[in-house]
Design a binder for this molecule. Structure first.
Ligand code: C2E
Ligand code: MG
Ligand code: MG
Length: 609
């Protein structure tokens, strides 16, 4: 750096040039080829006054331009710039452009410098354009591209970059990713609104930041999912960190929108061993995600570490998803029907349609093996449409054979949220010719609890069209009972967990069932005891006033053809009674059907109804 051409003859600036420079709105200098500042224009001088920065003051004909540059910085970028200016003064470059920041008391200001020769090439005009607004905007958008504006934490793409960089780092130790899902967040969002939800996320972010070690990075992947990137942390250390996160969230309740909220967190952990080759952030986050799903499946507040079996299971689910899509079209699904006993009359006047998959290699699969896959791969709605078509067709076929039955069909929360549920039900009824009053749509307690208002609208629409609605697995979740009985529903199906009381708990089970029956009655809703496995349970359900019973003690689900014979033999048919006349409750004294063969499920006969 220096006055490379000191001593070179430089023509003096004439008044016309100075007038032009003063007319320029940009702070500008006129510098000779000897690097001496010949003139600073009016805009430069007022900028110096405004910034009150002595580093920029120039004495015309005296100040060495490189001295000014040196005053402003001595970093490699400034040195490189000075080198290019020297080349310009030597006539080796035609123009020099440079962007730089000037540290000022009010924060850094940014300038774009352009230097070019004038006249015979022995003098140079150096202009400075203030680009602070542009630089700030572009820095802000670069920040936004890498951060979550709500919590100011690194966002998904930034986290992936950080993880990839750590994975590539020579000599790195074991790195763990902790994927955290806040349990109970959506309740706050739904109950108190999105602003409260946002505030809660900010508070969660702050607590997680406090738990993290100095080398850890906490980021937000989206919704209520956070990622903690922990370098030099093997799997057992990650589990300890996960527990610290859980304590940090659970130890003290949160306060948002005047409400006290208790939160938990489920955690999935994936660890990259040192030197593990071929790993990328996306794969490691996916592993943590699989571990998180496993944690969620084992209940709230669990911590699970990734294992290769989890990936295998996910791959199997993906294959099953593809097969299931094809199976629905190929007609591999079948319905089994479980008879339902009307307790006051002792008649089997209904069935529940339960889907099975006749898998070409694995045999008959129960719904537990494929419904979750159907949900994951968006196949629940097409599956349910098939079930509705088949169940209504079978119901009409039974009617034609003299069996007048009510058929229950299970619907899903996913179907409620699509908004096509009512149309799909009415279409199936219209196409089959089944009377709407013979159909019961079953929705589980948990599925209606997801969005009770949306559920209520659709259930009311079904009932307006003559279709009955029942709440399945009632008492299995922790939903608000008040909310559930306010739903437009005709039947509460009391969950097996209440009906199948363990040894010595008859009293408690009786109290719970009696409470549900009484609550239902008060609201004009009938009760059905699910999962009746013993004569004692059946008797209890009858004594406590349940209207219906269903369970292995009475009959297992069976294919339609088998159900036809079974029901016909037990008198399911046109004499179906849906309720008994007032004051004629008959079932407590009901007896096993005379002549029932040993090993055959006991049925109840109607007495006095
Ligand atoms: P769910 O609707 O509560 O149906 C009753 C389940 O309990 C059936 O299991 C039935 O076989 C079983 N069950 C009946 N009586 C007894 C008993 O005495 N003891 C025991 N341990 N179990 C009994 P399945 O067929 O495996 O169905 C399980 C669940 O799958 C159903 O529970 C329902 O939620 C769902 N599901 C079944 N079919 C469909 C369908 O077509 N669509 C949808 N969305 N879900 C379905
Ligand atoms: Mg059901
Ligand atoms: Mg059930």
């Amino acid at each position: 750096m220096g006055t490379e051409r000191a001593g070179v003859p430089v023509s003096e600036p004439d008044d016309a040039v100075l007038a032009v420079l003063d007319a320029l709105p940009l702070p500008s200098l006129l510098v000779g080829a000897d690097a001496v500042v010949r003139y600073s224009n009016a805009a430069w001088r007022s900028a110096v006054e405004l910034l009150d920065d002595d580093r920029l003051r120039c004495a015309h004909g005296e100040t060495d331009y490189f001295e000014v540059v040196r005053r402003l910085g001595d970093d490699p970028a400034t040195q490189a710039f000075a080198g290019r200016m020297a080349a310009l003064f030597r006539g080796e470059l035609a123009v020099v452009e440079h962007e730089y920041g000037l540290a000022c008391p009010g924060g850094t200001r940014w300038y774009r410098l352009e230097a070019a020769p004038i006249g015979g090439g022995d003098r140079f005009v150096v202009t400075h354009t203030d680009i602070t607004a542009r630089v700030r905007a572009s820095r802000e958008s670069a920040w936004l591209a890498r951060h979550d504006p709500l919590t100011t934490l690194p966002n998904r793409s930034h986290l992936h970059q950080l993880v990839d960089a750590e994975l590539r780092r020579e000599g790195r130790g074991p790195m763990s990713l902790l994927l955290l899902d806040v349990d109970g967040f959506s309740d706050v969002n739904d109950a108190s609104g999105h602003e409260a939800g946002d505030e809660l996320l900010r508070q969660v972010a702050a607590r997680l930041r406090r738990v993290a070690r100095g080398s850890d990075v906490v980021g937000r992947l989206g919704d209520d999912e956070f990622l903690l990137v922990s370098p030099d942390c093997p799997g057992d250390c990650a589990v300890t960190v996960a527990q610290r996160c859980q304590e940090a969230l659970a130890a003290t309740p949160f306060t948002v929108a005047g409400r006290v909220v208790r939160l938990g967190v489920s955690v999935g952990v994936a660890t990259a061993a040192p030197g593990a080759a071929g790993l990328a952030a996306a794969g490691l986050v996916r592993d943590a995600d699989l571990a998180l799903s496993a944690a969620r499946a084992s209940g709230r507040g669990a911590v699970r570490a990734f294992s290769p079996e989890l990936r295998l299971a996910a791959e199997r689910r993906a294959v099953l998803g593809v097969e299931l899509e094809r199976a629905i079209e190929a007609g591999e699904l079948v319905l089994h029907y479980q008879p339902i006993l009307h307790l006051p009359t002792g008649e089997f006047n209904g069935v529940e349609a339960l889907v099975r998959w006749q898998h070409p290699e694995r045999g008959l699969l129960p719904p537990g093996e494929f419904l979750a896959v159907a949900e994951q791969y968006d196949l629940l709605v097409p599956l349910t449409r098939w079930v509705l078509r088949e169940a209504t067709r079978q119901n009409v076929a039974w009617r034609e054979q003299g069996l007048d039955l009510v058929t229950g069909v299970n619907l899903s929360a996913r179907h409620l949220s699509t908004g096509t549920l009512v149309d799909d039900v009415l279409t199936a009824l219209a196409e089959s010719g089944m009377p709407p009053s013979n159909l019961v749509c079953e929705l589980t307690e948990t599925s209606v609890a997801e969005d009770p208002e949306c559920a209520a609208l659709q259930l009311a629409e079904l009932r307006r069209n003559g279709v009955e609605v029942s709440i399945d697995d009632f008492g299995s979740g922790f939903s608000s009972i008040g909310q559930l009985v306010n739903l437009p529903t005709g039947v509460l199906k009391i969950d097996r967990s209440l009906v199948a009381f363990p040894e010595g708990r008859r009293h408690h089970a009786a109290a719970a069932i009696a409470a549900v029956v009484a609550l239902g009655r008060a609201c004009g809703i009938q009760s059905l005891a699910e999962g009746v496995e013993t004569a004692e349970q059946l008797q209890l359900a009858a004594e406590l006033g349940c209207s219906f019973a269903q369970g292995y003690h009475l009959a297992r689900p069976m294919p339609a053809a088998e159900a036809t014979g079974w029901l016909a033999a037990r008198g399911g048919g046109p004499t179906r009674a849906r309720s008994c006349p007032p004051g004629t409750r008959c079932c407590p004294g009901a007896e096993p059907r005379a002549g029932s063969r040993s090993g055959e499920r006991t049925t109840l006969v109607r007495r006095g109804c």
